[in-house]
Unconditional design. Structure first.
Length: 204
C-alpha cells in the first residue's frame, strides 16, 4: 500500500510540475518614466528566423492588441518575405500605416532543462519501523527511482519603440517553459506580455 501511494503521489507531483512548466514570466521589465499616455497603433515585428512562427506570433499580438482597443498590424503581412525583418525594411510601412509605435519581439535562445521527481518516499510519512538507511538515501541512489522529464525554456527580448523618436519606451525579457509544440503556447506568451503592457499603462 505504501509503495502504491508513493508511486501515485510521485506521478501526481510530476504531472503538476509538468503543467506548471507551460507558462511565461516577464523579467527585467523597464519603462521610460518620461513617456506618458498609451500607444494608438502598433507595428508588430517578430525577429524570428522561421517565417511561419514569425507570422503566427505577429498575428496573435495583433489580435490581442485589437481586443485591448489598440490598433495593430503585423510586419510579416506587409513584407511577405522569408528574410528577417530589419529597421530599413520595416520603416516605410511604419510611415505608410501611420503607426506611432513598433513592438519588436526578438528570439534570444532556447535551452533544454532536465528535472527529476523522486518516485518513492515523496510525501509519504516516515514511520518508526523505517530503515534509517532508507531515510538518508540520496535521490541518486539506485534504490530510489526518479521520474525524469525534460522541458524547454525559450527566452525572448521585447521592446516597444516610439515611431517618432525611434527610442524605446518599454523593454522586457520573457521566459517561456513548455514540453510540447511551442506553437501551442504563443497565445499564453502574448497574453503575459500584454498583461505587463497594461500594468505599465501603455495599452488600455
Amino acid at each position: 500500500m505504501k509503495t502504491t501511494s508513493a508511486c501515485l503521489i510521485g506521478i501526481l507531483l510530476s504531472a503538476v510540475l509538468i503543467s506548471a512548466c507551460a507558462s511565461t514570466k516577464i523579467i527585467g521589465s523597464w519603462k521610460d518614466s518620461g513617456f506618458h499616455g498609451t500607444v494608438k497603433k502598433v507595428m508588430v515585428v517578430a525577429v524570428v528566423r522561421s517565417r511561419a512562427p514569425r507570422a503566427l506570433i505577429e498575428k496573435e499580438f495583433v489580435g490581442q492588441l485589437q481586443n485591448h482597443g489598440t490598433a495593430a498590424v503585423g510586419a510579416e503581412s506587409l513584407l511577405q518575405s522569408d528574410e528577417l525583418p530589419t529597421r530599413e525594411t520595416v520603416s516605410p510601412y511604419v510611415i505608410r500605416e501611420k503607426a506611432d509605435s513598433i513592438l519588436v519581439i526578438k528570439f534570444i535562445k532556447k535551452e533544454t532543462i532536465e528535472s527529476h521527481v523522486p518516485e518513492s518516499n515523496q510525501g509519504v510519512p516516515v514511520t518508526f519501523d523505517a530503515d534509517m538507511n532508507t531515510i538518508f538515501q540520496p535521490f541518486s541512489d539506485p534504490g530510489e527511482r526518479d521520474i525524469a522529464y525534460d522541458y524547454t525554456k525559450t527566452t525572448m527580448h521585447l521592446a516597444l519603440y516610439s515611431a517618432e523618436t525611434a527610442k524605446p519606451v518599454w523593454t522586457a525579457t520573457s521566459e517561456t517553459l513548455y514540453q510540447d509544440n511551442p506553437v501551442n503556447h504563443i497565445r499564453s506568451f502574448v497574453s503575459a506580455v500584454l498583461k505587463n503592457l497594461v500594468s505599465e499603462k501603455l495599452i488600455p
